[in-house]
Write a protein that binds this ligand. Structure first.
Ligand code: G6P
Length: 362
């Protein structure tokens, strides 16, 4: 549908695609539901999950970051062990594979050559493969045994946004449907929780002014920035750093809170921006301890927390969602912070230098 790829009144595709996330979420919930309102996935895919003793997720860039969160979903909900690998590295040091591996390729475009190279080599070994992609008929979709679609609509901006949250939603559904097929008690209703996520996304998309202000305050004059978090917040921090690097050219890195003291803290100077995520109750106090350590060395902290865990010093509070699903919404302030940082620096938001939307060379 050509109207899908018009910018309309938006100045950039990236902003339009960020704003589409609540809609995409609702579309995914709807598409993956059966007439009884239950989440459903093709039985052959669920059988492949159940037949496997270990899942290997292969991806690049933002899709790799989605894979890190996906591992948590599959391990915690479906209780199948998962390894996540950067596609371009997998070939050099192929891990010792389990007896019955299932390979999941996560790729927005379905065309990434690094991921395809792995697909070709594991197919030669006779292993089963599933592609999670936004593009029906893409190379990775055609060549894998099975496909799950993201239904996110065309993503035009080079920096991936709605595809990431769509990948997380589809991975959570895959984990849930697998768990149900194994008669595991979940203790939550994923359809309901993803609905809460969609509403929370809307609230965040309506908070642009505050995030623009935060971005200006923390990132308008800096060479670098650090993102810290523990547990899944660390993975969202990696994605936040990647977004910022890609479009604003600020040197940004994501670190695990506990790892700071083992090296990175040496980089903290007067005014170094530190973006800290605090969405997990179990690590709330320890990440705040890390913030104190960097503040004591002069850092300029921006704490993004989840409702219920917030403290006075926090810059931004995201609405409460199920603790497993926080990455689906905590990433939105990361996307918007990067967007406004790029705008303030007059960067070409949709077409950053040196990058391509899909990289079809190894
Ligand atoms: C390129 C894009 C990234 C993307 C990565 C993986 O490097 O610039 O935004 O995350 O490829 O793309 P894929 O289509 O496989 O998800």
């Amino acid at each position: 549908d050509a109207s899908d790829i018009e910018k309309g009144t938006y100045p950039h595709y990236m902003l339009k695609e960020i704003d589409e996330q609540p809609l995409v979420m609702r579309k995914i919930i709807q598409t993956y539901q059966n007439e009884q309102g239950e989440l459903t996935i093709a039985p052959e895919i669920i059988n492949a999950m159940n037949d496997s003793d270990r899942v290997y997720i292969i991806a690049a860039g933002t899709s790799y970051h989605a894979g890190l969160v996906g591992k948590q979903f599959i391990e915690k909900i479906a209780k199948i062990p998962v390894e996540v690998h950067v596609a371009s590295e997998f070939g050099y040091n192929m891990p010792l594979l389990s007896d019955k591996p299932l390979f999941i390729f996560i790729s927005q475009s379905g065309e990434t050559a690094d991921s395809r190279a792995v697909l070709v080599s594991v197919k030669e070994l006779g292993h089963r493969t599933l592609t999670i992609t936004n593009v029906p008929g893409s190379t990775l979709s055609r060549e894998a045994d099975y496909t799950l679609l993201l239904h996110a609509g065309p993503e035009i901006a080079v920096a991936s946004t709605k595809a990431y949250t769509a990948q997380l939603a589809v991975l959570s559904i895959l984990a849930e449907v697998t768990a149900k097929s194994r008669n595991y008690t979940l203790g939550f209703d994923l359809v309901h929780e993803l609905g809460i996520v969609a509403n929370a996304m809307e609230v965040l998309c309506d908070s642009k002014e505050l995030i623009e202000h935060i971005s200006r305050e923390f990132l308008s004059v800096t060479r670098n920035a650090f993102f810290i978090g523990r547990s899944v917040d660390h993975y969202v921090g990696l994605e936040g750093a990647l977004k910022l690097k890609e479009i604003s050219y600020i040197q940004a890195e994501g670190f695990a809170g506990g790892e700071l003291k083992h090296g990175t803290i040496a980089l903290i100077e007067e005014g170094t921006p530190i973006i800290a995520l605090a969405t997990q109750e179990s690590v709330n106090l320890s990440i705040r301890g890390n913030v104190k350590e960097v503040v004591a060395r002069g850092a300029n902290p921006c704490i993004i927390s989840m409702k219920g865990l917030e403290m006075d010093e926090d810059s931004f509070v995201i609405p409460e969602v199920h603790e497993l699903l926080t990455p689906l919404i905590s990433v939105i302030p990361m996307q918007l912070i990067a967007y406004y940082a790029a705008l303030h620096r007059d960067c070409d938001v949709d077409k950053p230098r040196n990058l391509a939307k899909s990289v079809t060379v190894e």
